[in-house]
Design a protein around this ligand. Sequence first.
Ligand code: BG6
Length: 475
Amino acid sequence: MSGFPKGFLWGGAIAANQTEGAYLEDGKGLTTVDLLPTRDKRFPVMLGKLSSYEPLESEFYPSHEAIDFYHRYKEDIALFAEMGFKTLRLSISWARIFPNGDDAEPNEAGLQFYDDVFDELKKHNIEPLVTLAHFDVPVNLVKEYGSWRNRKLVDLFEKYARTVFTRYKDKVKYWLTFNEINMLLHLPFVGAGLVFEEGENEQQIKYQAAHHQLVASALAVKAGHEIIPDAMIGCMLAAGMTYPYSSNPDDVMDAMDKDRESFFFIDVQSRGEYPGYAKRFFQENGIELEMEENDANILKENTVDYIGFSYYSSRVTSTDPKVQENQTSGNVFGSIKNPYLETSEWGWTIDPKGLRITANQLYDRYQKPLFVVENGLGAVDVPNENGEVIDDYRIQYLQAHLKEMKEAIQDGVDILGYTSWGPIDIVSASTGEMKKRYGYIYVDRDNDGNGTLKRTKKKSFDWYKQVIKTNGEEL
Ligand code: BG6
């Protein structure tokens, strides 16, 4: 018995800004990600310290060319099809559709591009799973309105959502609203295009922006259900349970609080109301949210159909300052190093069982179908003298996670599918590097933009193909 249900949606996940390139082609506007340089210079901007609304001559911006999916999508989709993908998660770049975000009419060339991509997927029987916002806001909206701190973004986002739902209603059934919506609290420029002035109350602004995204997400759910009757519209959480470092109740409480920082978003999107613990947090921290009269109804009446989440790592927390010193990095948040677990080359904790625990935790909490829409190992791949990448480490990582996902399914968790992150090497979101590779397909490009962009299959390509062919029976 496989353990994976019939029709399980196997595939991979990518995002417009990390793959497409062609950053100003066919009328596309500049987006926030197009202003993110690489490595050391990237981090301050991700936190909201932006020095220029235009790309600078002196910097290298990896999103501008990325892996040129914009021109090579047919070749890439053919390779995904060869692996047997049932689904491809990808995002639409808002600024391809509305270059300035507030244009009266959409950009036909941008709409046509995604039509072509969806048609190509259909040709190969690959179901698209589309994220409306994956870390990109049209720069004009940041400049003119202050991005998501401004209520106006809710209307503009709804218009964008309605436009793409109407255009693709016969081509796309699975949607996600905001990628890793909880990212907003940690990397506010990435999550919400927020730029801060010196001395501003950042926490107040972040939660106000969060409220706007939550209302916008609910309005997108409403629009999607109206326009596409069988649509499945989900939310997306950067997940990974927080473990208490010790059995000290203070650590346990702290772990619960840390998880709630993230659950806050999904509690609203899935249960339709602000949880009591959030209200208390706002009160104790002097956060006052401006809400419109109808917001509570909008949130209540338009909850998501499923919970999408990314899983790379679990986290560990402690209230002991000595223990806190032993940090390691991770997706979205750093964490205390878990003494029982190894980390990746980038310091991300590798915890396959954590996927089973996290899936159970989410399902117990929401009782809605889950979709694992990101998971994978970012690693340095070095082609051998024959140009082959023998990535056994990646196979091992994925194998271990898939085994635990199977366990979760056997625990009774309803999981719709699994899309591993970056099935083809793409630009890293956190560091802007190409060197941090997740793919089954190698792309010849380095951190500084050198390379032919040639695609080559890695060893994991055939492994994943077999996993899909046997519906997870052979891992
Ligand atoms: C998630 C994002 O945070 O993790 C992706 O949704 C990102 O966009 C992925 O690429 C992996 O992170 P990184 O920094 O290794 O690319």
